[in-house]
Every structure is written in structure tokens, then in C-alpha cells.
Design a protein around this ligand. Sequence first.
Ligand code: PLP
Length: 421
Amino acid sequence: MVKLSKSEKMFETARKYLPGGVSSPVRAIKPYPFYTKEASGSHIIDVDGNSYIDYCLAYGPAIFGHAHPLLKEAIEKQLDKGWIYGTPTEIEFSLAERIASLYPSIDMLRFVSTGTEATMSAIRAARGFTGKNKFIKIEGGFHGAHDAVLVKAGSGASTLGKPDSLGIPEDFTKHTLQVPFNDIEAMADLITSNDDIAAVILEPVMGNVGPILPEDGYLQEVRKLTEENNVLLIFDEVITGFRLAMGGAQEYYGVTPDMTTLGKIIGGGLPIGIFGGKREIIEMIAPSGSVYQAGTFSGHPLSIAAGHAAIDIMKAENIHSKLNSTGDMMRSRLSEILDDKKLDYSVSGVSSMFKIFFGENPLNYQDVLKCDKEGYLRFFHRMLDQGIFLPPSQFETNFLSIAHTEDDLERTFEAYEKCLQ
Ligand SMILES: *Cc1c(COP(=O)(O)O)cnc(C)c1O
């Protein structure tokens, strides 16, 4: 058993000042989380001195591992020049130019500080551009923590969205409609029976209850359906952007949405969000248009400098082909382990996203609910004892970084062998 006495004590104090002792709910671990002292490469080290191989990777951003020297250098260089101006900079529009060249769906974009802001603003832009009120999201799809997207799952496609949190008036979610992932008929029924739908927003690979992959042709059919019915298609690529490929899931699957949201990886570990798309849509944003959007920290020089460095490293090291083959290897080794043990669990994933579902490979959110959540949590704790940090929930995706070594992977497989039962 790893010793966590300092973390346990810290939790007692932290919970007096922070709800649940954490700053974001996914970070809560029962009975208490480990508190992190530092992190480097593939390892995260807690205040008790335990070192873990990290497959949580801050829930997605740390694709280079922790404290990558080139990212650090880029941030330090910017620090010397000051780090907040409240005026436009050259590095801002040159990063926009680089992103636009990698994402054919993006002619123009706005920088914001989080993925939440990105999806909130993208939906506002879609409504402003189309003059329509409703939008469709996928059941179990996660687009951050703003009012319109926090709707209850399972209420049926045609009913009005119901808030999934206290503090959100029903009026704020009644324009949010939901359909199951990988169900093109449900989406077609909804779109063709309703003429007030501005947009469909979806994660091309569901990452926050997944990974759940799109079935062959699903994304293409969604593209066709939305196009034919004058509904905008927004790909929320906050996880998949710069992870499945430089050009995200839209490059990987060859489907071009009207708008795209990005975040996580492209800040090099610093806060960032991006929404972009067709010129005529994004030109609607203030000050060039009448869809209002603003932010004190938008285009923060440190995040932008780190974003440039992130693209530089991805290009120089050709990280995606490496990560994709490591991911393939990871998934096939895990499948072998499951076969050996005759466990009817399943391995899911694509590229550097992976996970064992304690149940059948899901096609949608309702399928994930059938998995053994409690069993997964017990497994999570056994892995932590072996020095492997997986996300503490059956719902969260595990990630690979370029910092994971062969030795890390071998140790990880040994731990899976030991802990799966
Ligand atoms: C993480 C995430 C968000 C929210 O991003 P934040 O930076 O946490 O606000 C939105 N969409 C998806 C798909 C995400 O994974």
C-alpha cells in the first residue's frame, strides 16, 4: 500500500476551504485525493513522495508529459517580456494563422481561456448566425460547465432539456435537445421535425464518458444531414484536437464541420480555449459583428507562446504517428490480458486515447451506464497502489503522452496483470 498520510492531513484542511477539498469535481478521489507536489515527464509525485506513472495527464492537455523543456523555455522567454498586456499581439494572430492552416474548417477564430467558454461562445455564434434558438447535443456529451449544456441524460430526444444541476432555471435548458451517440435516425427525426435548430454540437470521439468511437460513417452522415437541413455542425475537439492528428478528429475521420472548438493540448498546459469556423460565421463576433464575446485573459501571452511551442514540438517530433502506434500497442496488450484472464471487459480507444470498460464496448452513454462503476473504482485504487495513476472514474478517458517510456509501459502492463481480477 502506498502511504498517503500527508495527503490525508492536507485533505482535512483543504475541505474546509475548497468544496470537497478540490478545485474541480473530477479531481475528488474517495476517501481523499493525493495532493501533488510536482510532476515531470510521465510521472506525477505526491506530497508523501509517491511517484505514479500518469495516464490521467490533467484530463488531456499534457500530451508532451509534464514540464517539457521546450515548453518551459517558451514560457520563460515570454515571462521576460511581461505576461499580460490587454492589447493585441503578433504571436496571437500568427498562432491563429497556423491553426487555420491545420484545420480546414477554421477560416477565423477567437481565443478564449477555457473549453467551457469556447463551446458557450460557439453555440452563441451559431444562434446569432442562423437566427435559430435550439441546438442538439449528444446524450452524455460534455462541453464544459455552462448552463445550456448541463442537461440531464435520459429524458428522451423530443422533450425539452432538463437542468442537470441545481441553480439552472429550466428556461435556460429548454432549447437544448439530446440524442444518443451513433444513432443517425434519432438525429434525423429531430432535425427534420424541428425548424428552430441552429446547430448540432458533438465530440467526434466521446471523451468524457469514453472513449466511445463513432461507428463507420456516422460522422459523415451527421455532416450530410446537418448540411441538407441548414443546421450548423460544431465539432467539440477540446480533447481530440491536436490529439488524434495535428488537424484533430476532423482530419482523422475526414469530416469537415462548420465550426470547431479547441482547448486542452493547444495551450501547452496553460489555460486556453478556441472557437473558430467559417469566415461568415466568425465575422459575426464582436467587434466585427453583433454576437458579443469578450475576456480579460483571452489570448493570454503565456498560453499563446506555449501554443506556438506545442505546434513546433508536434511537428518536429512527428508525435501523432508515434502516439498512434503506442496506442495500438497499448490496446492490443490490454486485450490480451483480458483474454488471458477470461474477463468479459472491453478495451476501447483510438490514437492515444484508451480505456478498459468494465462491461461491453459501449456505443453510447446508456451503454456506459451498464458498466461496473464500483468494480472500476476498486481497480483504480489497486492500480494507484502499484504506482499507476489512471483517471479515478469509469467515465474518464486514459491518455498517453510522448513522455511515456517503454519501461513505463512494461511496468503498466505488469500492474494491469496484477490488478485486474
Ligand atoms: C474539457 C472539455 C471541455 C471544457 O474545457 P475546460 O477547459 O475544462 O472548460 C469542453 N469540451 C470537451 C470535449 C472537453 O473535454
